[in-house]
Design a protein around this ligand. Structure first.
Ligand SMILES: [Mg+2]
Length: 451
């Protein structure tokens, strides 16, 4: 535990649902559930309006629908969530380079690591947090964050939780124990339902109650390691450091050959293999690349690096390979190659593939799950007997997805099924818009990745 309140915790409020309400004016102030699509889905995020019906994260979709049938159930637009998250993380990194993201919508910041000394008085921190929360609101186009500041990660996180939604709380040094004493034991990290139940059975419900038991009794109850940690945290003693996560700036794969390679076909195959590995790592990191590079070391150890920046960003192995091959074609390899590598840079969380970058017609992400069972906002139930393969290649017809109609402009999928798709024509910057229904194969309707 530090002598000063220099650990900050920021958590965006009902993040996925808030992004949907930001971009879909007709859903503002309404129950919105992201996830919970399909029959076996679970809820990813519920808007505060949906939480009023008892809907919670990780609840089965069926139960969420039973509790609030008129909520909008949306598939989620993870590219947009990553984009908003990147804006917020950048704002935090401007505050201090020591930012430890816990998820897309949550991070710790170590204010001690700020380049300029921060005024860590309660008044100074209150100003800093106000400025931070309005920067997040403006930078993301209207998302709210709750922020807590304290002498440790434990206290900062509890403070932001107590401030939710759209609030802030600075916990002055020395007031930690009083803050946590009345809270349920489950606020202590590591106290899950099982431990909480064990403690409850002997009458320990609040953090303050833990003082009633001696260390031996606590050890018998929750185990040796856990007991020590629990006792420390109950006294708000927490020294866990904020560990900055280094941002992935590039990904590359290279191979040194035992014997210099001259055969152009073989070199092409090596590039293909490297491109597949790079693409797999991009996909695993949920990233897309704007720049493709190759590294070629000649027999005489002269090393060339060549790069091409695409018009868009991709994670497709065929495209990365195609660009790598064309870069290699512009390099003299006739005397033999000792080392060959493929890399990508200019990484982004957003797919911005440009058709002009494509060597072949784009096979739009047909491997994305297709769902025709969801019906947001009380739309008539679709016919589940319809084979989803009718929509293969038209996966954007997932509830909540962004689309554009030649005549009516940008909108989002309100519901789909029975060979039809219903679109609400509105965007972040318009008032709530009208709903129209089209044939699912209407050629005037196309997918839209960004607003
Ligand atoms: Mg959150």
């Amino acid at each position: 535990m530090r002598g000063e309140a220099s650990v900050l915790h920021l958590d965006l409020d009902a993040f996925f649902a808030a992004v949907e309400q930001r971009d879909k004016p007709s859903l503002r102030g309404k129950p919105v559930v992201v996830g919970g699509i399909g029959l076996r889905g679970v809820v990813a995020t519920a808007s505060y309006e949906a939480r009023a019906y008892g809907i919670r994260s990780a609840m089965p979709a069926s139960e969420a629908r039973r509790r609030c049938p008129h909520a909008a159930f949306l598939a989620g637009r993870h590219d947009l969530y990553r984009e908003a998250s990147a804006v917020v993380m950048d704002i935090l990194r401007a505050l201090s380079p020591a930012v430890e993201p816990l998820s897309l919508d949550e991070a710790f910041v170590d204010l001690r690591a700020a380049p300029e000394p921060v005024d860590l008085s309660t008044a100074g921190l209150t100003d800093l947090v106000d400025t931070l929360r309005s920067a997040v609101f403006t930078g993301t186009g209207g998302l709210t964050a709750s922020v807590g500041v304290g002498t440790s990660k434990f206290i900062a996180k509890i403070a932001s939780e107590l401030a939710k939604p759209d609030g802030a709380r600075v916990v002055a040094p020395g007031s930690e124990v009083a803050l946590i004493a009345p809270l349920p034991v489950s606020v202590i990290p590591g106290v899950g339902p099982v431990t909480a139940e064990k403690l409850h059975r002997i009458g320990l419900d609040r953090v303050a109650d833990l003082k009633q038991v001696g260390p031996d009794e606590l050890r018998q109850l929750v185990g040796f390691t856990h007991a020590a940690e629990l006792a420390r945290l109950a006294q708000s003693e927490d020294d866990r450091p904020v560990v900055a996560e280094r941002e992935t700036k590039s990904i590359s794969v290279e191979d040194t050959f035992e014997v210099d390679v001259v055969d152009a076909t073989r070199l092409g195959e090596v590039l293909d293999g490297h491109a597949r590995q790079v693409a797999a790592r991009l996909r695993a990191a949920h990233l897309f690349a704007r720049t493709v590079t190759i590294k070629v070391r000649q027999h005489d150890f002269v090393t060339h690096t060549r790069a091409r920046t695409l018009l868009g960003a991709t994670n497709r192995p065929e495209l990365i390979s195609e660009v790598a091959r064309s870069l290699l074609a512009g390099t003299d390899t006739t005397a033999g190659v000792r080392l060959l590598g493929v890399g990508v840079a200019g990484l982004t969380g957003i797919l911005q593939e440009n058709l002009f970058d494509s060597p072949a017609p784009v096979d739009a992400d047909v491997d994305a799950p297709v769902d025709v069972t969801a019906t947001p906002a009380g739309h008539p139930q679709p016919d589940h007997s319809e084979p989803p393969k009718l929509h293969r290649g038209r996966w954007p017809w997932r509830p909540g997805a962004d689309v554009r109609h030649e005549e009516h402009g940008p909108g989002w999928v309100w519901g789909a099924g029975l060979g039809r798709v219903t679109v609400r024509f509105e965007t972040r910057d318009t008032p709530p818009g009208p709903v129209r229904t089209f044939r699912a194969d209407d050629p005037r309707l196309t997918a839209r990745y960004a607003p």
